[in-house]
Structures are given as structure tokens and as C-alpha cells.
Design a protein around this ligand. Structure first.
Ligand code: NAD
Length: 247
């Protein structure tokens, strides 16, 4: 589905991001994964090469909150693979403190990675996609971007912003042939969830109409569809992958 395409996936070292990297590689793309540290990037690259030595995958660890670092990393990817067709802005962090304990520093930290980094990525790839007259940007939102959550205000606020950025850029960049969408996962079995006691996971899963939490691969499938030519008329949308948890 992605033969000949070049993709960047931020937060590609584990969880949903790593599942997206794997899906893209399995479908013929060349991938640059961006992580936070050399050690975790190297570990992910080793895991992928072990699965299939012919995968064309490289790794970098720019500070995503700093435009110049992201811009240089994107240029490096273009130098290595010749172009950039797909950008997945997936790196994200959350915090659940109530407002009384939420520090301004923590709020800024969440906004820096969950929002500013998304802006930085979009801005850095735009000239290359505009020149190619085609491109695809997919941002990772969350089911909490629809109704908010009862504690940890920074995280849902950041994901509402991701939706706004997605819908706005889709309108700004459509005529340049660039599609911009977001995926809003529900509770997904990443490291964070895997560390919880099974009873707690059951409690979280009980009200979900599909009766279970999601797997990273199920979320990655939607990133695969959106990046492919099958989604050629899909832009400006936020697609839920949450077992109807929020409906
Ligand atoms: P994870 O914690 O397993 O992975 C997060 C990724 O982000 C890692 O690859 C990590 O290296 C990267 N990252 C974290 N801080 C970074 C930094 N400062 N610079 C660069 N990279 C950094 O999380 P996940 O669950 O796979 O989450 C991925 C995305 O999905 C996030 O945007 C998250 O908000 C969103 N999401 C997750 C869930 C869920 O239930 N897991 C639900 C909804 C949305």
C-alpha cells in the first residue's frame, strides 16, 4: 500500500508509533523514526532489523519542541531517502494531576510536545510536500479530544489543539495536494497500559461497547489507510479508533 513512499514517524520507538512504523515498513515504505533518546531509537531499529533485515529504516532524536532541530532532521531524511511523502506526528505525553496540583511548567511541557512539536513537524515538511505537489500528514489525537477528561487538563487541551491544527491545515494545504488528518485512539494497549493490573484494565474495558481496549496494530491500520492512496479524498478529518468508547 505504500510502495516507494517515504515516511517520518515521531514517537516511533514504542507503542502506537512503533506499530505505525512496522505497518509502513511491511507495506513497502522507507521510514525515519524519531524518538527522544539515542538508546531507545537504537533499540527500536535493532528490533525492526531483526524482524526483517531488508527494511529501509533510520532513526533520529531531534528535540521536537525546537523548530531548527526538527527542520534539520527533516532535511537529513530528504538527503537520505530523496523525498518525504508522509509525516506522522505521534509523539505525545500525558499527565493526570488535578488543576490544584498542575504546575505551569507541566502544562508548558505537555503543550511543547503535544502541540508545538506537531506545528514544527508540519512546518518543516511543508516546503518539500508543496514542491512535490503531494503529501500526507497524520497527527495522533485522542478520544479525550472530543469531550475532555475529569483530571489532567493539559492533555485533552493539547489534543483539542491537535484537532484544530489538523482541520485548519487541511484547509490551508489542500490545494497544494497535501492531505492532513488525525487519528483519535481510545485506550490502547501500550507500555503504560501493560503495566496496569489486569483487574484495572478490565474495569476500563467494561463500558466500551466493543468490550475491550484496543491493540496498537488496530490503531496503526488506520494510519496505514490514511497514508495510502486509498484515502486520496480524505482530509481534514479526525478518525476515532476507540471501540465506540466515546459515543
Ligand atoms: P508511549 O508512551 O508508548 O510512546 C510515546 C512515544 O513518544 C515514544 O516513542 C516516545 O519516545 C515518544 N516521546 C515521548 N516524549 C518524547 C519527546 N520529548 N521527544 C520525542 N519523542 C518523545 O505512548 P503511546 O500510547 O504509544 O502514545 C502515542 C500517541 O498516542 C501519543 O500522542 C498519545 O497521546 C496518543 N494516545 C495514546 C493512547 C493510549 O491509550 N495509549 C490513547 C489516545 C492517544
Amino acid at each position: 500500500m505504500l510502495k516507494g513512499k517515504v515516511a517520518i514517524v515521531t514517537g516511533g520507538t514504542r507503542g502506537i508509533g512503533l506499530a505505525v512504523v512496522r505497518a509502513y515498513l511491511q507495506n513497502g515504505a522507507k521510514v525515519a523514526l524519531f524518538g527522544s533518546r539515542k538508546e531507545t531509537v537504537d533499540k527500536a531499529l535493532a528490533e525492526l532489523k531483526n524482524e526483517n533485515a531488508s527494511y529501509e529504516v533510520i532513526g533520529m532524536w531531534p528535540n521536537l519542541a525546537e523548530f531548527d532541530e526538527v527542520n534539520n532532521a527533516v532535511k537529513e531524511v530528504v538527503k537520505t531517502f530523496g523525498k518525504i511523502d508522509i509525516l506522522v506526528n505521534n509523539a505525545g505525553i500525558s499527565a493526570r494531576e488535578p488543576l490544584s496540583q498542575y504546575t505551569p511548567e507541566n502544562f508548558k511541557k505537555i503543550m511543547d510536545l503535544n502541540v508545538t512539536a506537531v506545528f514544527n513537524g508540519c512546518k518543516a515538511v511543508e516546503p518539500f510536500m508543496r514542491e512535490a505537489k503531494s503529501g500526507c500528514i497524520i497527527n495522533t489525537s485522542s478520544m479525550v479530544s472530543l469531550y475532555g477528561q475529569p483530571s489532567g487538563v493539559g492533555y485533552p487541551t493539547s489534543k483539542f489543539a491537535v484537532n484544530g491544527l489538523t482541520r485548519s491545515l487541511a484547509r490551508e494545504l489542500g490545494r497544494a495536494g497535501i492531505r492532513v488528518n488525525a487519528v483519535a485512539p481510545g485506550v490502547t494497549r501500550t507500555d503504560m497500559v501493560a503495566a496496569l493490573p489486569p483487574e484495572m484494565v478490565e474495569r476500563v474495558a467494561a463500558p466500551i461497547p466493543l468490550g475491550r481496549i484496543g491493540e496498537p496494530e488496530e490503531v496503526a491500520n488506520v494510519f496505514l489507510f490514511l497514508a495510502s492512496d486509498m484515502a486520496s479524498y480524505v482530509t481534514g478529518d479526525v478518525i476515532s479508533v476507540d471501540g465506540a468508547a466515546q459515543t
